[in-house]
Design a protein around this ligand. Structure first.
Ligand code: 5AD
Length: 373
């Protein structure tokens, strides 16, 4: 059996592996308690369950850094995240702002509030604004287009990214025509059973994946991704996500650990681990040298230096929070979400220091995918 070091070298060289080989990299990073009810789970996995040695981890991260630096150097790109509504019509079981959570304190930002976040962000040096929200029908396509055009006319040198869920082609096209550049929509999982374990029956995996293909065909830079160690997730599911992303070819991949939220039905599920997430970042970087890979807020939430460790494992994007401070504490997708420290956009100096502490530097540009720059 090939050693893990050899498999990492092969991935670094070929950008691809056999299913067997991928599973050998994924397996030890997944907790075995993490199973859907009634699922057997495959424990006959010789050689796959030995924990990673420090040497193997170091090797993965070194290769991942080497790979990203060949494309983007030591640059880290910032995106200012504006969480403009926490109303949502969906009932995703993992998410703290799902519609069934009667404890969530709901809020919406109006167009002036959103624009003033962008203005503040611009002053702080941000050149990408990410408008993220629950799926909130209050905002019509016309309103979203209006917001996009206003931001683009006030800040023509900035990119606008949307992260507002599943829509139909006409809506995506209208936002694009209004000036939106990018769209983030994690597929969440690429295994059908697991998809239905995480989501209500009203949602379909096929529609979600189709949305990503539609977005790409319109011309967006698209971001896909999934949570690491979400309830019921098996290594085989992650393998399917990797295969899905090979087919889709996203410009960005968002992966962060699952973190339970106390008012969801997954409140007592274990949280995704730092190690598994870092392994995943390293593997993704080797598979996709050009992809934009954020060190997520969730990673920063489970470990004080999670995001720096993420950068060292191959990430090259950080998305600080630009939402008005009085609503930040309400956009709670999971417990303990960072919202007042260095991840806050106004604490830019702290953030710059963190980035520099791992030998990288913050780049004050739009930070497009290399193929679109
Ligand atoms: N833990 C970690 N990530 C979460 N997300 C939603 N709920 C959680 C959670 N409990 C992620 C989803 C979504 C993104 C905006 O946040 O993957 O796509």
């Amino acid at each position: 059996m090939a050693s893990r070091i050899n498999i990492i070298n092969k991935l670094a060289k070929n950008r691809d592996l056999t299913d067997e080989e991928f599973l050998r990299l994924i397996y030890p990073a997944c907790s075995f308690v993490n199973r859907m009810p009634g699922e057997e789970g495959s424990l006959d996995i010789p050689g796959r369950i030995e924990p990673w040695t420090e040497n193997e981890e170091r090797h993965l991260y070194l290769k991942a850094r080497e790979t990203v630096e060949k494309v983007y150097g030591k640059a880290v790109y910032l995106r200012g995240l504006i969480e403009f509504t926490n109303y949502c019509k969906n009932g995703c079981r993992y998410c703290g702002i799902n519609k069934g959570n009667i404890r969530a304190e709901r809020y919406r930002l109006n167009i002036d509030e959103i624009l003033s976040c962008c203005n503040k962000g611009y002053e702080l040096g941000f050149r990408t604004f990410v408008l993220q929200g629950g799926e909130d029908p209050y905002y019509t396509d016309e309103m979203i287009c209006g917001i996009i055009s206003l931001i683009k006319s006030s800040h023509p040198d900035c990119a606008v990214t949307l992260s507002i869920g599943e829509k139909e082609r006409e809506s995506y096209q209208a936002y694009f025509d209004a000036g939106a550049d990018r769209y983030l929509l994690r597929e969440e999982t690429s295994d059908l059973k697991h998809y239905h374990f995480l989501h209500p029956d009203t949602l379909s995996m096929e529609h979600r994946q189709n949305c990503l293909y539609t977005l790409k065909s319109i011309g967006y830079q698209v971001g896909a991704g999934f949570m690491v160690e979400s309830p019921g997730q098996r290594p085989e599911h992650i393998l399917k996500d990797l295969r899905f992303m090979q087919e889709l070819g996203p410009h960005m991949i968002g992966v962060g650990p699952f973190i339970p939220h106390k008012d969801t039905c997954f409140a007592y599920e274990p949280q995704g681990s730092l190690k598994s997430t870092l392994h995943m970042l390293g593997i993704l970087r080797l598979m996709f040298p050009e992809v934009l890979l954020p060190a997520t807020t969730a990673l920063g939430t489970i470990d004080e230096h999670g995001r720096e460790k993420g950068l060292l494992a191959g990430a090259n994007v950080i998305m600080p929070n630009l939402s008005p401070s009085d609503v930040r504490g309400k956009y709670l997708l999971y417990d303990g979400k960072l919202c007042t420290g260095d991840e806050a956009a106004e604490h830019r100096e702290g953030l710059v220091r963190r980035v520099e502490s791992v030998g990288c530097h913050v780049e004050q540009t739009r930070g497009d995918h290399i193929s679109m720059a």
